[in-house]
Design a protein around this ligand. Sequence first.
Ligand code: ADP
Length: 446
Amino acid sequence: MEADFNTPPTTCEMAAKEEIVVKKPEVQLKGIGLGDNEDGDIAAAVCNGTVASYSLESSLGDCKRAASVRRTALELMTGRSLNGLPLEGFNYESILGQCCEMPVGYVQVPVGVAGPLLLNGSEYMVPMATTEGCLVASTNRGCKAILMSGGATSILIREGMTRAPVVRFQSAKRAADLKFYIEDPTNSDSLSDIFNRTSRFARLQDIKCAVAGKNLYMRFSCFTGDAMGMNMVSKGVQNVLDHLQIMFPDMDVISVSDKKPTAVNWIEGRGKSVVCEAIITEAVVNKVLKTTVPALLELNMLKNLTGSAMAGAMGGFNAHAANIVSAIFIATGQDPAQNVESSHCITMMEGVNGGKDLHISVSMPCIEVGTVGGGTQLASQAACLNMLGVKGANGTSPGSNAQKLATVVAAAVMAGELSLMSALAAGQLVKSHMKYNRSTKDVKAA
Ligand code: ADP
C-alpha cells in the first residue's frame, strides 16, 4: 500500500524512492484522539518518534489500520518498499496480544498436501507449509508406499510438557534441602494441588531435581490436555515456586529453561513421545520407492546411524525429520522454534519376513504440539488442523486431538524418511532436485 499523505512530499517520502539518508518529517497532529488524523500524518508521527509504533493498536482501536500505518511508517523510515508483503486478507485482531506484535503484513507460505497417510486404520491428508521443492512430493511418495503396504502404526508412549527453573541458595546444603523436600512423597500431593490450580487441564506428573553446587535445577513435567502447554506449565511452575519461596525464603529464583536441543529431552522426552512403524513389502520398495531392501538397510546403517554417530549427533539419527516436522508445524500453527527438539528422531530399518521386506520405525521422544492456544486458532492454521480432524479442543477426551496430531507427525516423518532414503539409495536425489527445485525462470527478469 502506498503512503497517501495530504502533507507536501517530505524528505522521508523522497527517501522511499531514492534511498537517501532520511530526515524526520514534520507533522502537526490534530483532534482529540490519534485516530482523528490522516493515516499518513500518523505514519509521519511514528516516523519522527512522536507516536510509539507499538501503541498504534490501542490508540487507534483498529488493528488493520494500525498495521497499515505502521507499514507506511516503516517504508518511510527505511526508504524501502514493502511491495510483495501483503497487508490485505488477514485478520489482525486475531493475533493481538497472542501471536505477533507490531505487525506490518504477513508472509505467504504455500501449503501442499501429502497423503493419504494410512495410520492406525485411518487415512489422513497431511498439510505441509514449505518453500522447499521436492519435500511434499517426496513425503507423498512415502505415504503411498505405506498405504500400499497396509499402513503404519503410531503409538504414543509418554506425554508431558516440561519446564526447568533454576533456583540459587547461599549454600549447596540448602539446595540439597530443597531437593529432599520436593522428593519427599509426603509433599507431592500438596505440590501437585498447587500446580494444578492454575488450569483445568494442567496435571503435574513429577519434578526431577539436579543439584549443581548452590543451585537446584528442577524439571517439572505436566499433562497439558490439547495445549502444547508451555504457557500452562509456566503458570503451574510459578505457583509452585511462590509456595516454595514461603518454606525457603533464602531461595533465589534465577530463570527457567527455554527452547534448545538437550540430552535430557532426548533421553527423558518432552511433549509427546511417539514410536511409529510399518512393514514395507519388497514389491513396494522396488516399484514405488525404486530401490531394494538391502540397499536401504545398508544406507540406514551407514548414514542415519554410523554417520550421525560420527558427526556427534544428539537426537539426530535420521535423514531429514526436521523437514517434515517444520512443514507440518508451520501449516498447523505450532511453535516452529520447537522444531529443535521435536525433530529428535532415530530412524531404524531391519529386514523382516526372511529379509525380504522392510521394517521401518521412527522413534521421536519430543513432539511438542497442541491443537489449542498459540497459532493454532488462526484461520489458516485452524483449517489445516481441521484437514487432519484435530482442530481445537477435544470436548469428550481432552488431550486426544494433540495426541493424534503427534502420531500423525511421526508417521509423516516416517514417510519422509522412507522416500528420501530411497532416493539416496537409488541415486535419485540430485536428479529430482534438478527437476523440482531448480527454477527455470530467468531470475533477473523475474
Ligand atoms: P500453551 O500452554 O500451549 O501456550 P495456552 O495455555 O496459552 O497454551 O492455551 C491453552 C488454553 O486453552 C488454556 O486457557 C486452556 O484452559 C484452554 N483449553 C480449552 N480446552 C482445552 C483442552 N482440551 N486442552 C488444553 N487446554 C484447553
